[in-house]
Design a protein around this ligand. Sequence first.
Ligand code: HEM
Length: 288
Amino acid sequence: MRLTGLIRDPAGRLSALKAATLLLMLWPGVDLAIAWSSHDLGPRPVTEVIHGTGLWAIRLMLISLAVTPARALLDWSRVVMLRRMIGVGAACYAVAHLVLFCVDKKWDLWMVASEIVLRFYLTVGFVVLLGLLALAITSTDGWQKQLGQNWKRLHRSLYWLAVLALFHYAIQSKADISDAVFLVGLFAWLMLWRVLPRRWQQKVWPLPELALAAGLIAALVEAGWYGVRNHVNPLMVLQANLDIDFGPRPAVAAALLAVALVGVVAVRRAVKRWSKGRALPKGAVRGA
Ligand code: HEM
């Protein structure tokens, strides 16, 4: 496939939206590479790039899951053509993440394999990586045709892979799982939106409730995690969400971001109405 094939829309035209998305996805990798080569990553540069690539793999996974809600809520049908690219991007960052893990182990592949088998969080990461690769490989039109109904079933496994990826993230975070909890909140929002009845998925009124529920789920996950792993009183962890002295806790931050979406949807709809009004003078009939 020619490189320009990556940035063509389904009709075969070069797409500025796809080109911009590709550049935005490449940027974190380029940024990490520049920082690494200019010795800006501190005493353990390989660990830093392992973290950076892992983080972008999981972010892109969640962004690809956000494509369908974005289409429905923002009335933005073109966004759908980005989903495959974003999913493949997530798989690429995940592969880079494993390659860097091999670099960290000085390419002692026996050690890499035994660590993956023996350390639970690495086994979980490996399962996610295999899943992402399977989804990336079968994301083409050819595979879609060949697999028929099973294709959808296979690609729905992305939700479970995201759960496992968040689990991998939380376990490796050790003492502080704040960043993982924030992503758990966003993921919970995405899943809650998906289980809404279809006729409500484009409505604005369920969004504040979804934001609240997603924040609550993230707060419960956090409290449960610290309760089980660190034997901290879960009620105290829950209560900490009410304390904003040190800024919002991750579950609250996720809920606030989800609430901000209400504003984004409202503005987008107002702009659409306004531009429609300008394009079509009152009383005019399209095509007249
Ligand atoms: C064979 C597969 C994998 C291996 C060997 C692996 C290994 C690692 C290692 C060694 C770390 C750093 C742990 C530490 O510093 O103590 C890490 C962190 C991380 N990994 Fe993986 N991982 C794998 C797959 C994945 C996948 C598929 C994803 C996401 C889709 C992922 C997401 C992350 C994230 C988000 C972090 C934490 C980043 C941060 O703290 O900023 N990993 N992984």
